[in-house]
Ligand binder design. Structure first.
Ligand code: KIV
Ligand code: ZN
Length: 506
């Protein structure tokens, strides 16, 4: 296998190791949807699955092969005939064969001697290679394997025809220093390319992968959002961006598609991305502190090490108790609100007061405060307003909602069904708003602020417009459907006002 100097191959294992995340299981169609996205993203290899595991894995791998993707589709196999045959049966051009080589695994799991593992390495790499496919070989638990024995294994795999050797840190116990040493030794033992596969048990997967690359590895196994067994694998987005920006190395990945790929994987796997995760977390490009916001408004270089657009994101500012007048003023300007210095001081004081009560200040809260302080502001007039709402639900009925909404002074009525009354209500609003504005519900959070069945339901939402602008809104009521609808209407209003102000300015 030839790899261009200065370029690193990205081997994506979201659909294999990533799918081994506890609780994650994808249908063949969902796997195909993710594979198409990964192909657009520009990864070199897609590990489609472990074909011996189930009929679904086999079908998913076959679907990906048939799709004719640009990336190589790879199937995983233990060093045994039935696994390798299952992968070959999918007509993959690339098979990843592995066998454990650490004393712990050989004794407790395989019950095989070193000689037997060496023999199996030669036999099954040779067998796979005989079928004319690319063979990647992994000595599982490499980082806990005796270095001298590991070298013997690598030599055996190379002699048997392996095209590339992958070095797994199966339980994530490597450090950047030990990884550097192990990969340096591997690179000087064999002539074929070396790859790294790092797990995140100690939170070091990306750092270890980068150390492996510095030591001479030319490929890394990664997963979208860092999914994978236990604490996961090295995260694709963090690894690629660090490699490009900090190590000045190239990959085939189009970083502008990282965020949307992350969202798709999160949606289909049901695994949320932690808000403070690098690159793809919601807060990765959000600023709240007054000092930071002030600096950012002067020059993004002050507190932004990565241009958000490079990874398909936008920067945003949060109103909150840490925010200063500059940040809040910039945020209000987005809604066409321009308070005086005196008014700004009062708005900032009220925002901090809410923050000190431990509450989040939404965009709707901020402009409501500003409107109250400034007095009536023409742009602040609602674009849409809820006139009335009727909901029916029950065990013998499909939850149905009808709404009457006024948009720019004109009345619209729509009815929709849903999985529950809130879903039906949101769908009914969308039926009216959809043709007028491209706004989608991005996040919905329901909290009961008091105990008991008459508890106040607090709904916090985020809506996103076509250009990726996100607006947050909240409502609190005893009736959860009404709270949801009001929050949604608030969010849509804010989005529409914001885009109209922008359009008038441009
Ligand atoms: O972590 C690991 O060792 C693996 C192997 C199958 C390569 O995922
Ligand atoms: Zn793994």
């Amino acid at each position: 296998m030839k790899i261009e100097e200065g370029t690193v191959r990205v081997f994506d294992t979201t659909l294999r190791d990533g799918e081994q995340t506890p609780g994650v299981s994808l249908t063949p169609e969902e796997k195909l949807e993710i594979a198409i996205k990964l192909d657009d993203l520009g990864v070199d290899t897609i590990e489609a699955g472990f074909p011996i595991v189930s009929a679904g894995e086999l079908e998913a791998t076959k679907l990906m092969v048939k799709q004719g993707l640009r990336a190589s589709v790879c199937g995983l196999a233990r060093a045994r005939q039935e696994d390798i045959d299952a992968a070959l049966d999918c007509e993959v051009p690339y098979v990843h064969v592995f066998i454990a080589t650490s004393e712990i695994h050989m004794k407790h799991k395989l019950q095989m001697s070193r000689e037997q593992v060496l023999e199996a390495t030669t036999k099954w790499v040779d067998y796979t290679k005989d079928h004319g496919v690319i063979v990647e070989f992994s000595p599982e638990d490499a980082t806990r394997t005796d270095p001298a024995f590991l070298s013997q294994i690598l030599e055996a795999a190379e002699s048997a025809g392996a095209d590339i050797i992958n070095m797994p840190d199966t339980v994530g116990t490597a450090t950047p220093e030990s990884m550097f040493q192990m990969i340096s030794r591997a690179v000087s033992t064999v002539k074929i390319p070396i790859s790294v596969h790092c797990h995140n048990d100690f939170g070091l997967a990306v750092a270890n992968s980068l150390a492996g690359i510095r030591a001479g590895a030319s490929q890394a196994h990664v997963t979208v959002n860092g999914l994978g067994e236990r604490a996961g694998n090295a995260s694709l987005e963090e690894f690629v961006v660090a490699l490009h920006l900090l190590h000045k190395k190239k990959t085939g990945v189009n970083t502008r598609l990282l965020y949307e790929t992350s969202r798709l994987v999160s949606r289909l796997t049901g695994v949320p991305v932690q808000p403070n995760k690098a690159i793809v977390g919601e807060n990765a490009f959000g600023h709240e502190s007054g000092i930071h916001t002030h600096g950012m408004l002067k020059s993004p270089l002050t507190y932004e090490p990565i241009d958000p657009e490079l990874v398909g994101r936008r920067r945003w500012f949060q109103a909150g108790k840490h925010a200063g007048g500059h940040g809040l003023a910039a945020k209000l300007a987005e809604y066409g609100l321009h308070p005086t210095m005196e008014q700004m001081k009062e708005i900032t004081r009220r925002v901090k007061e809410i923050g000190d009560k431990g509450k989040m200040v939404t965009d709707a809260d901020l402009s409501a405060i500003a409107t109250a302080v400034i007095g009536g502001v023409s742009e602040e007039k609602k674009v849409i307003d809820l006139k009335n709402i009727t909901v029916v639900t029950g065990t013998a009925l499909v939850p149905t909602c009808s709404v009457k909404i006024v948009v720019d002074g004109k009345e619209y009525i729509a009815a929709e069904t849903g999985v529950g009354p809130v879903d039906a209500a949101i769908r009914a609003i969308h039926k009216i708003i959809g043709p007028l504005a491209d706004v989608k519900l991005k996040e919905y959070r329901l909290e009961a602020t008091t105990g008991g069945s008459d508890a106040l339901a607090e709904v916090l939402i985020k809506v996103e417009d076509r250009d990726g602008n996100i607006v947050s809104a909240r409502s609190a009521r005893e009736d959860v459907v009404l709270a949801s609808v009001e929050a949604m209407i608030e969010g849509i209003n804010k989005t529409l006002i914001k885009s109209r102000v922008r359009a008038a300015r441009d």
